[in-house]
Design a protein around this ligand. Structure first.
Ligand SMILES: O[C@H]1[C@H](O)[C@@H](O)[C@H](O)[C@@H](O)[C@H]1O
Ligand SMILES: [Fe+2]
Ligand SMILES: [Fe+2]
Length: 306
């Protein structure tokens, strides 16, 4: 079975000029034959959060704590702290290597070190979209924000770093994984935050929405502030790749603007590779390293502030 993706349309509305400037010139090549596995490495469907498995309990407990603690106040506090980018100075590749030690407790489909996941995603997307080098690099770095788990970044708990993300400041959608635990979130009963729009307005644009704090928003911040030359679609992928309620369940669409709608098409392509490339088959790191190093040099400074 192969994944069929619709070809995104980039030239149909008023924001055409900006999009044209910020997305790569080459035409998007349709699916090149990436095989969708029938099951994850544990023999279950991907993203089945209820099936009894060796990871189920740990993952559910992760979401319980995550849903109770991700509040408007918490997100504001974290943004302020990490905006400083005063923790570490290092290159993109050094960060990939740091992730060697990181395992994601929220993931029912993978218990391999994170560097494997980065390379598996990037290599899978590279096969199907050989000319979109910005997409290969986006895939390589999309989860680097998980470095927040590391002692030199404050060793944040898993619930403040990984897992699916969702907006805070408006009602939590029912499609969010293990949503029953939101009942214990203090924002759940706050009338300023628990309506459809909450503190936001119709089509205000995701840029104006506060997402639960974690590796997506952090890595977006790092890439932007260190002046990456990645296209906006790449930054959008990094920032919202864990927002499954939007890109899979179509919740919160009322908060999107036209630009978000365009970028979402790329995110939906990316997601197939992010999710279904997870496996026990390891990538030969040394073999692929020179290729990714050349992309890093092209789109990022040698050292970044984290
Ligand atoms: O457990 C996973 C993992 O943390 C991923 O990095 C994230 O992007 C997903 O949304 C989440 O479900
Ligand atoms: Fe992620
Ligand atoms: Fe990922």
């Amino acid at each position: 079975m192969t994944i069929i993706v619709d070809q995104p349309q980039f030239n149909e509305n008023g924001s055409q000029e900006q999009i044209a400037k910020n997305t790569p010139e080459t035409e998007l090549v349709l699916d090149g034959g990436f095989c969708l596995p029938h099951a994850n490495s544990f023999g279950h469907n991907f993203r089945d959060y209820d099936v009894e498995s060796e990871r189920q309990q740990g993952v559910e407990n992760f979401y319980r704590v995550n849903h109770i603690n991700q509040t408007v106040d918490f997100v504001k506090k974290m943004r302020k702290e990490y905006e400083k980018l005063d923790k570490v100075e290092m290159s993109i590749w050094e960060c990939c290597e740091l992730l060697n030690e990181v395992i994601d407790e929220s993931d029912p489909d993978l218990d391999e070190p994170q560097i494997e996941h980065l390379l598996q995603t990037a290599e899978a997307i590279r096969k199907d979209y050989p000319d979109q080098e910005w997409l290969h690099l986006t895939a390589l770095i999309h989860d680097l924000g998980k470095v927040l788990l590391h002692p030199s970044f404050g060793e944040l708990p898993q619930w403040a770093v990984v897992g699916d993300t969702f907006p805070v400041g408006c009602a939590f959608d029912r499609s969010i994984v293990h949503n029953k635990y939101f009942l214990q979130n203090p924002d759940y009963n706050n009338p300023a935050y628990n309506t459809k729009y909450g503190i936001y307005s119709k089509n205000c644009g995701l840029d104006n929405v506060m997402m639960s704090w974690g590796h997506d928003d952090y890595m977006y911040l790092v890439a932007k502030e260190n002046r990456t030359t990645l296209p906006l679609a790449g930054l959008f992928i990094i920032r919202y790749h864990s927002f499954y309620a939007l890109h899979r369940s179509e919740a919160y669409k009322h908060l999107m603007n036209d630009k978000d709608v365009e970028n979402l098409k790329w995110l939906q392509i990316f997601n197939k590779y992010d999710l279904y490339s997870k496996s026990k088959v390891r990538v030969d790191v040394e073999k692929v390293k020179p290729y990714y190093e050349s992309l890093i040099n092209k789109y990022f400074p040698a050292k970044l502030r984290w």
